[in-house]
Design a protein around this ligand. Structure first.
Ligand code: DX5
Length: 231
């Protein structure tokens, strides 16, 4: 398998800071801002202290944009509902390694459903937790905050894990996107890119700050491009 070429960063918008009373409008705004993908932050109030939305909310917004959807399942025992996120229009389904009793089976099931399989690691979880499932993984999400809420500080001490993940993916020649999520803004995205991430999920820094959402997206994309490890 050849190493995936990386020529440009991908920006993913977390909907957590969106106006939940105007989600369709905000989805269209994200599209217009040139964002590559939307992350739906699914929280069950058990795996993480927060509670957000189910697949019906995602499905209701599917028609508002053609850009990709990823479901970030911050939920305990995601298996029973996996098909619902795909049916709702998500091309990528991301489960947490910490929430799956049989992670290899879960990731394989996501692929069998026709979606790309993603696995996320909380800050305390080592990369070792996923080295045996990377062959059935399409996206590795390294959390740079403890999940549950937006607007948190970027955890720079996750950078060695990002670098180790990049090294492992390249050593094995795997076609896996390496995404980071949490506290990503113009000041932190460059360091995350320099350590090997190529996909960047951002919420607060995209939805608020100087200029327009397009301006903020462009600024982050430029900062990531300048430090991205090309291959
Ligand atoms: C945290 C979520 C993140 C978060 C990102 O639990 O999974 O996607 O919303 O938001 P910011 O960019 O504000 O950290």
């Amino acid at each position: 398998m050849s190493v995936r070429t990386i020529s440009a960063p991908k920006l993913v918008a977390s909907v957590l800071p969106a106006d939940f009373a105007e989600l369709g409008r905000d989805v269209e705004q994200i599209d217009k801002a040139g964002i590559d993908r939307i992350q739906w932050d699914v929280m069950d109030g058990s795996f993480v202290p927060n509670l957000t939305f189910g697949p019906d909310v995602i499905a209701a917004n599917r028609g508002r944009t053609p850009i990709g959807f990823e479901a970030h399942l911050m939920v305990d025992d995601p298996d029973p509902m996996l098909h619902r996120w795909v049916d709702a229009g998500c091309q990528i389904v991301i489960v947490h390694a910490e929430a799956c009793r049989h992670l290899h089976r879960t990731l394989s099931h996501i692929r069998d459903l026709g979606a790309l399989a993603g696995v996320a690691l909380n800050p305390a979880t080592p990369l070792d937790a996923v080295v045996n499932v990377l062959d059935v993984t399409d996206l590795l999400l390294v959390m740079t905050v403890n999940p549950g809420f937006g607007g948190q500080r970027y955890l720079a001490d996750m950078e060695p894990k990002i670098a180790a993940a990049r090294a492992e993916i390249d050593r094995r020649g795997l076609d896996i996107e390496l995404e980071v999520d949490g506290g990503i803004n113009t000041a932190t995205i460059g360091a995350a890119a320099a350590t090997g991430a190529d996909v960047f999920c951002t919420g607060s820094a995209l939805f608020s700050g100087p200029g327009s959402m397009s301006d903020r997206a462009h600024e982050m994309r430029t900062a990531a491009t300048q430090r991205l490890v090309l291959r």
